[in-house]
Design a protein around this ligand. Structure first.
Ligand SMILES: [Zn+2]
Ligand SMILES: [Zn+2]
Ligand SMILES: [Zn+2]
Length: 334
């Protein structure tokens, strides 16, 4: 079984495969669309087991969730926490799923339309409610690689659902930062950031009834933007249908703007939400008040170099204020 190891200096968890890839396998380039067959297009028998789907009136699938081809995390087994000398490890218990966003292989995410986007968001929501019932799962993330430099290997539009038995470091840092801010001010930092961005307006990109889109004050990537729900809510599990409809419109608009402005750039996005509170019900009293779910969209138009890797410090070659102006002004129409 694959395992996850805790790096003792920084507390970062890393997954280690039980069967190592050989050096030559890193350059073989064998992909799932080999021979013109795309596994995600399929509807015939023998295609991947369907975990969840949204179907139209005639029974054809619109969105479906299938297991990842090479899952790092598996749902069978126990956590098997172990200490080896100073090191900690556990079994890679969890879930890797692919959320297939459209039956059409060549439709990019920005063109699937708000209704289809709604089905994608609703499918993730349904999976989240289901996965959170497993007491071994601590965190669930929806994330996406779009275009090859972002890590996209399948071609067919899809996003990924990863459920892990630990809170990943990047999420933990956000949770700790939000908790610390709340301890001082007794206010949610994300609600405060939204108020400030609405007051200053120079980094605002889009205001909708339920969401605010802006370029963060100190982003990591040029043209990075965040989508924050106006209603304070720590977990995506509590989102309502009206908010999901609005989010679908908002994301469709923003992805079209991104394509037009940066000539179809590769990008990643992540949905950050509160960890599951089922395993440790009384562990974190202020979580409901101090954290606020959100989406971060990171265009990958500038490579990460030695300085970023070595320091964790980034250089913004376009300021967030200018990026917001460009994103605001560019049309999302066809
Ligand atoms: Zn396909
Ligand atoms: Zn808030
Ligand atoms: Zn975040």
């Amino acid at each position: 079984m694959n395992e996850i190891r805790r790096e003792p200096l920084l507390g970062r968890w890393v997954a280690v495969l039980s069967e190592s890839l050989k050096p030559e396998e890193y350059s073989s380039g064998a992909g799932p669309t080999e021979g013109g067959h795309c596994r995600l297009c399929g509807t015939e028998a023998g295609e991947p087991v369907e975990i969840y789907s949204v179907r139209d009136g005639s029974g054809n699938w619109l969105v479906k969730v299938v297991p990842a081809m090479v899952p790092v995390f598996t749902p069978e087994g126990d956590l098997g926490r172990k200490g080896i000398g100073i090191y900690d490890k556990m079994n890679a218990i969890g879930v890797n799923e692919l959320l297939v966003e459209s039956p059409r292989h060549d439709t990019p995410p920005e063109d699937i339309g708000p209704d289809q986007m709604f089905s994608v968001i609703a499918a993730f929501h349904a999976r989240m409610l289901e996965l959170e019932k497993d007491a071994r799962i601590r965190h669930i993330m929806l994330h996406k690689n779009c275009g090859s430099p972002s890590g996209d290997t399948l071609g067919h539009p899809h996003s990924l659902i990863t459920a892990t038995p630990v809170i990943p470091k990047r999420v933990k840092e956000e949770l700790d930062g939000a908790k610390l801010y709340f301890e001082y001010k007794e206010r949610c930092i994300f609600c405060d950031i939204m108020r400030e961005e609405e007051r200053l307006k120079d980094r605002l990109v889009l205001e909708t009834p339920h969401f605010l889109v802006f370029c963060p004050y100190a982003a990591r990537f040029p043209f990075e933007f965040w989508v924050l729900p106006r209603r304070h809510n720590c977990s995506f599990r509590d989102v309502n249908e009206e908010e999901m409809r609005d989010l679908s419109e908002t994301l469709s608009t923003m992805f079209k703007k991104l394509r037009r402005l940066l000539n179809d750039p590769p990008y990643n996005y992540v949905l950050h939400t509160a960890p599951s509170r089922i395993p440790r019900r009384n562990h974190w009293h202020t979580l409901g008040e101090d954290f606020h779910w959100h989406i971060e969209v990171m265009p990958r138009i500038k490579s990460i170099g030695s300085f970023e890797l070595g320091s964790g410090m980034y250089t913004l070659t376009t300021s967030p204020e200018d990026a917001a102006k460009y994103l605001k002004e560019v049309s999302h129409g066809d």
